[in-house]
Design a protein. Structure first.
Length: 210
């Protein structure tokens, strides 16, 4: 048997621990009968260096892009938190639902919901001017929601014929202090409450674009 590159012609040689067999000639032009023992030829050193350099540049660019993203993210989160603390996005109406009733005049209590979150209502009637058809009321409303709290000084025009009322006022403390308040309520039956009625409605706070 003739040895070629350390292999015998009747034996299978190995290339990188794998059996390798091919009749003909090697890639380097040497005729080795039917058995070849070749090593895997990678790219030339210069090309490998170019490929490595390009790969390193791509990795660096990706790392820089990720770092830039993480640098921007905290400021974005801070903006979102600030907006949440001030009531959310600007140029938006916030709606607060309530059902209230009179306990011992002039005090009121009740429940709230909507954009302030589920919570309790408290209030005091400051002036009460009853009329045959229209009753005018000045009051303080305190909305103690699970997400936000505010107090509002309101003026109510209650229509005794329809059992409905309109509300105007301003936020005097807490969430959206200084913003105008509009609202409405309807008188509904509440047999379990002291006067047998409740006042169910919604307040609206508009946050301007500035």
């Amino acid at each position: 048997m003739r040895a070629v590159n350390g292999c015998h012609a009747s034996l299978i040689c190995y290339c990188n621990d794998q059996p390798f067999y091919q009749p003909g000639s090697c890639s380097n032009g040497r005729y080795v009968d039917r058995i070849l023992h070749v090593s895997v030829n990678s790219a030339p050193p210069d090309e490998r260096n170019k490929e490595n350099t390009l790969t390193n540049r791509i990795v660096k660019l990706l790392v820089l892009a990720l770092l830039a993203t993480f640098a921007i993210l905290p400021s974005t989160l801070r903006t979102q938190v600030a907006l949440a603390d001030s009531g959310g996005e600007r140029g938006h109406n916030f709606d607060i639902t309530f059902t209230k009733w009179i306990t011992t005049f002039p005090n009121m209590e009740g429940i709230v919901g909507g954009d302030v979150g589920v919570g309790t209502f408290a209030g005091e009637i400051l002036t009460f001017l009853p009329g045959l058809h229209i009753t005018n009321i000045e009051a303080l409303y305190h909305m103690n929601g699970g997400n936000h709290f505010f107090s509002a000084h309101v003026f109510v025009t209650e229509n005794e014929d329809t059992g409905k009322a309109t509300i105007t006022g301003v936020v005097t403390d807490g969430w959206h202090k200084g913003k105008d308040v509009l609202g409405e309520y309807t008188i509904i039956s509440c047999p379990d409450k002291p006067l047998g009625v409740c006042f169910q409605g919604t307040l609206h706070i508009h946050v301007g674009s500035e």
